[in-house]
Design a protein around this ligand. Structure first.
Ligand SMILES: [Fe+2]
Length: 221
């Protein structure tokens, strides 16, 4: 992540947000702690292979040529080679390798489809798409969060896993927004919140959302 931060800070920021949103969603699903941790790390490292993509290609404002596109499409495999060498587990490897697979089988590198794509991968790839849509690109402006939500809703069941998209749509809106770390929050050396800080932030948001929904109860109690 430090290497990514130095070379492609925008990609590093994207990876942090994808990790954050994915953990928030995984927490709502009540997934096992080890799976949530794999999702956190896999989200952070999913685009690690972009370190091997030249800057002129990654930041090219116009259309990519066939050859450039083929090169860019190799970043999941390059990423897997890196996380394998660094000793991350199989679940993290799957997230890195398969984050561009699509529910309808139209993705790459292996054209996996539907439930053949593991849960953690589906969660990270939906959040990857959400963050990409809501971030500006060299060739287009950022979509609003509402526009991104409705675009994903339209493609639920085709490009994106319908259950993960419905999970995303049911998340309280503030959870789909990166927030600055609370004062005193523990950060890891790379500046990324620790798993405990992720969990704490998510719990605090949940509590606030529940209070907002049921505020009238306490007012009449
Ligand atoms: Fe990617």
């Amino acid at each position: 992540m430090s290497a990514m931060e130095a070379r492609y800070p925008a990609v590093a920021g994207h990876c942090r947000r994808v990790s954050l949103y994915s953990v928030r969603l995984a927490t709502q699903y009540g997934l096992a702690a080890e799976m949530v941790e794999a999702i956190r790390v896999g989200g952070l490292l999913h685009d690690l292979g972009k370190l091997e993509v030249p800057v002129r290609l990654l930041e090219k404002p116009g259309r990519l040529t066939e050859r450039e596109w083929a090169r860019l499409r190799r970043h999941p495999e390059a990423g897997l080679a890196l996380v394998d060498r660094l000793g991350f587990g199989a679940q993290v490897g799957e997230i890195v390798l398969y984050h561009h697979e699509r529910f309808d089988g139209s993705g790459y590198p292996d054209n996996l489809a539907g439930e053949g794509i593991p849960w953690p991968v589906r969660i990270v790839s939906v959040m990857d798409a959400y963050d990409a849509l809501t971030s500006p690109r060299a060739y287009r402006a950022a979509l609003s969060r509402e526009a991104a939500r409705s675009l994903l809703a339209r493609e639920a069941g085709s490009r994106y896993c319908p259950w993960v998209v419905s999970g995303l749509l049911s998340l309280p809106r503030p959870l789909l927004q990166a927030v600055a770390a609370a004062p005193g929050a523990t950060c890891q050396p790379d500046g990324c919140p620790s798993p405990a800080a992720f969990m704490q932030a998510t719990k605090a948001w949940n509590r606030r959302a529940v209070l907002a929904d049921h505020g009238h109860l306490s007012a009449t109690a």
